[in-house]
Design a protein around this ligand. Structure first.
Ligand SMILES: [Zn+2]
Length: 86
């Protein structure tokens, strides 16, 4: 009996999940804001100015292909992210 090759499930249209996974990964790996260099307080909600948010090194508008690439993501303060307009 031939064994079936294991194929990864194609999860197209699951951007939200990918984003969530990367968010958790970045938040667990970094604790410094990529813009101002200050420590990010994870006890604050993402809606707070000084709360953690996921930022992009290359803006998604210019590089939509890098939106979910780990190397293009970094931890940022919510307010720094807004200031930068990314
Ligand atoms: Zn900052």
């Amino acid at each position: 009996m031939p064994t079936r090759p294991q194929q990864p499930q194609n999860r197209t249209g699951k951007k939200t999940k990918t984003h969530k996974v990367l968010r958790v990964q970045v938040f667990s790996e970094e604790d410094i804001c990529g813009i101002c260099g200050g420590v990010v307080d994870f006890s604050l909600p993402g809606t707070d100015d000084w709360g953690p948010t996921l930022g992009h090194l290359e803006s998604v508008r210019e590089r939509p292909d890098l939106e979910f690439v780990r190397s293009n993501l970094e931890l940022q303060h919510s307010r720094c992210n807004k200031k930068q307009g990314a």
